[in-house]
Design a protein around this ligand. Structure first.
Ligand SMILES: [Zn+2]
Length: 162
């Protein structure tokens, strides 16, 4: 397991600065800083909602921000959680869903805290048995059997404009 580099610590610092800047009680207290292979850093904030399953992890938000900027290759990510009572920030590991998300992008380094120490490892090693969709056994969907055609073999559609 490699030790943290200066750039890794800068990533943690970027996440900490973001969570302190954007802390919103009941709405967000986690931030991720994601570095892409281009060298740019993208911030994502967790979004907490009153319906838990509508909430969004900071890691997913950071990946979405990077993709919206045209990035395709992820390099490293660090996520921090803010504790307002102590005015403290802790680096936290990604949840299982975010490990699946990050692992889907290939070799992504994760900076996390375990046993009180900062560590860095490939996401794949934090997810020893990732979800396997069985896509190698999938066959293409059969062609649709339209019940109404436009005369060219496609489905008939109509658009009504006011
Ligand atoms: Zn997550």
């Amino acid at each position: 397991m490699p030790s943290l580099t200066r750039k890794d610590r800068e990533l943690v610092g970027a996440a900490e600065a973001a969570v302190r800047r954007h802390y919103w009680p009941g709405r967000t207290r986690l931030a991720s800083a994601l570095r892409t292979r281009s060298g740019k850093t993208y911030i994502g904030l967790a979004i907490h909602t009153s319906v838990d399953r509508c909430s969004l992890c900071a890691e997913a938000a950071a990946v979405a921000c990077a993709m919206a900027a045209g990035e395709r290759e992820l390099e490293s990510i660090a996520t921090v959680k803010y504790f307002p009572q102590q005015d403290a920030v802790l680096v936290v590991p990604p949840c299982g869903i975010c490990r699946e998300l990050l692992n889907d992008f290939g070799r992504v380094w994760v900076i996390y805290r375990a046993n009180g120490q900062l560590k860095k490892d490939l996401c794949a090693r934090l997810l020893p048995t990732p979800y396997a969709s069985g896509k190698e056994l999938d066959t293409p969907d059969p062609p649709q059997q339209p019940n109404a055609t436009d005369g060219r073999g496609g489905l008939a559609t109509s658009i009504t404009r006011p």
